[in-house]
Design a protein around this ligand. Structure first.
Ligand code: SF4
Length: 267
């Protein structure tokens, strides 16, 4: 696997996540902001001017965002450290490339986890080859990056992750229930055995998962916004990311995978 950072380092980014996406005024963002437009809180040094008070100022969505290292790569590698303010002619291309690299990096983050899950098995070769292909795309020129068929790459990764997930969830008595893409909005899941279940793409907004053991539960793409995770055990969950966790509500007793930090606003 190529050694590329898959975690954000805002100190080496040109504030791309504060410029590229559009925001709609909501519980997550206090203002409307068009795409490809700097947030009014973005300072001249590309730092957030309200970083320490994002939640009280109505920008909770910013605290639940992760570029998976795409920001510093696009800023420092793809565009060689030349920012959009000093070289406005590159801005449109940089803005187009950032979401592509972000998606590729998120796929690589999942493939890295898959590699650990299937280490020493036949699937490991397949995971390694696909990761190398995704990395080759992410290392492309700005023009090449804009031509990446993200739908095809994402589908290939999704299919392989599904195979890895099933293999991983099949031990210890077989897989749990298949609740992929289930609508569980606002539901009470506290009495349900969700160990080794598939919750891929499930809608769990506001769901009550307090105290639930999510050991070997596949959470790939599950929408956990506002879900209650107090005391839940996600330490062995599969394919859960920082943004998913940060969008949920947990407490000091929630157990997380060791690579995920406990969100500041939980304490
Ligand atoms: S509020 Fe801060 S972190 Fe959020 S988009 Fe604006 S500058 Fe970026």
């Amino acid at each position: 696997m190529a050694e590329v950072e898959l975690a954000a380092d805002c100190s080496r980014c040109f504030g791309l996540c504060c410029v590229v996406p559009s925001f709609a005024a909501s519980a997550d963002f206090a203002i409307d902001k068009p795409a490809a437009t700097p947030c009014p809180n973005l300072a001249q040094d590309f730092r957030c001017g309200i970083h320490t008070e994002l939640r009280p100022r109505g920008f909770a969505g910013c605290t639940a965002y992760d570029c998976f290292g795409a920001g510093q790569r696009v800023s420092q590698v793809t565009f060689g450290g030349v920012d959009w303010r000093t070289s406005p002619g590159t801005a449109a291309q940089m803005y187009a490339v950032f979401p592509v690299v972000r998606e590729l990096h998120e796929l690589r983050r999942h493939l890295g986890e898959a590699a650990r899950l299937v280490a020493g098995t036949d699937l490991a070769v397949e995971v390694s080859a696909l990761d190398a292909e995704v990395e080759a795309h992410a290392a492309g020129t700005p023009v090449a990056l804009q031509e990446v068929d993200l739908a095809r790459v994402g589908a290939a990764v999704g299919a392989l992750l599904a195979t890895v997930s099933l293999a991983s969830r099949s031990g210890g008595g077989g897989p749990g229930p298949d609740l992929s893409r289930a609508d569980l909005v606002g539901s009470d899941q506290r009495m349900r055995d969700l160990r080794r279940a598939s919750l891929r793409g499930a809608l769990l907004l506001g769901a009550d998962l307090r105290g639930v053991d999510l050991g070997r539960t596949d959470l790939l793409g599950a929408d956990l916004r506002g879900a209650r995770l107090d005391g839940a055990d996600l330490s062995g969950s599969l394919f859960v990311t920082g943004p998913q966790v940060a969008s949920a509500r947990g407490d000091g007793a929630t157990r997380l995978p060791c690579e995920l930090a406990r969100p500041d606003h939980w304490t």
